[in-house]
Write a protein that binds this ligand. Structure first.
Ligand SMILES: C[S@@+](CC[C@H](N)C(=O)[O-])C[C@H]1O[C@@H](n2cnc3c(N)ncnc32)[C@H](O)[C@@H]1O
Length: 260
């Protein structure tokens, strides 16, 4: 699956929101203690401990363990999002921008899908809460270990102020990033920036979790509200100057393809 270097060092892509998973799981286990205590108590005290325990379990243990399972399934399935990158595969030597590349989980798949050449630039603000081990050194190291270092350039940069000239890229990819920009006006700003850096007829792939999908509710419990329904992103794209070409959902993850 992943390339392994001579000294057997493997790329490390980290777990999404690992610190939150640990915190939620620890708090969630307090819920189990409450329910267990409640069983040995009587009357009002019993009711209080059991209901409080169930409340804590639903609120914290479910999303904590659910997000851990989600990470395990994502690693195990290792779905290749580039299966749907038809426009990119049609180009001879595409110049690509991956916004919010993180440790490079998706970026490396994109580079490996390039048959004739091309180059991927990755930018990120490197939010440590988003992925464990999220930093510039890690993504550069992963590119070396995957054998694609010469086809990639990674640097700091934010989606709302992309540090590249107008019309620089054939393809822009933004995978599981826009939901981390909380303000709607900033989300619009990011989409405007994508439009600016795309070449005429360039393509953008936007991947987001659908808060209405059964898979996401299963993983996150009531915390699925952190994400938005698929329609939200569809409306935002329709409001922009980009033309929405395709919407494809797989396991709760939605891929929007739009063109300049
Ligand atoms: C859930 S991770 C996804 C990482 C990567 N795209 C992937 O598919 O593995 C979200 C990433 O978006 C980054 N991010 C959040 N807000 C950003 C912004 N305004 N500009 C650039 N990157 C951002 C975070 O630092 C994090 O690395």
């Amino acid at each position: 699956m992943h390339n392994i270097s001579k000294n057997n060092e493997k790329p490390e892509y980290g777990w999404f929101v690992k610190d939150l998973i640990v915190a939620f799981s620890i708090i969630g286990f307090i819920g189990i203690i409450f329910v267990s205590l409640g069983i040995f108590l009587t009357d009002l005290l019993q009711l209080f401990f059991i209901f409080a325990g169930i409340f804590i379990i639903v609120l914290f243990l479910w999303p904590g363990l659910g997000m851990a399972v989600m990470n395990i399934i994502l690693d195990w399935k290792d779905d290749d999002i580039t299966d749907s990158f038809d426009e990119m595969k049609r180009l001879e030597i595409p110049i690509i921008l991956d916004i919010g590349c993180g440790t490079g989980r998706t970026a490396m798949k994109i580079v490996k899908a390039l048959e004739n050449g091309g180059h991927l630039y990755g930018i990120d603000i490197y939010n440590k809460m988003a992925i464990s081990g999220n930093d510039l050194e890690r993504v550069r190291k992963n590119a070396q270990l995957e054998g694609v270092a010469e086809k990639t350039t990674f640097q700091y940069g934010t989606a709302t102020e992309i540090p590249f000239e107008d019309e620089s890229f054939d393809i822009v990819n933004v995978s599981s990033v826009l939901h981390e920009i909380h303000d709607r006006e900033d989300q619009k700003k990011a989409i405007k920036e994508i439009y600016r850096v795309l070449k005429p007829s360039g393509t953008v792939y936007i991947g987001e979790w659908n808060s209405r999908s059964a898979q996401l509710i299963g993983y996150m419990g009531i915390f699925c509200f952190v994400f938005k329904p698929s329609k939200y992103w569809e409306y935002l794209l329709k409001e922009s100057n980009l033309t929405l070409m395709n919407v494809e959902e797989k396991g709760g993850f939605v891929l929007f393809t739009a063109q300049k």
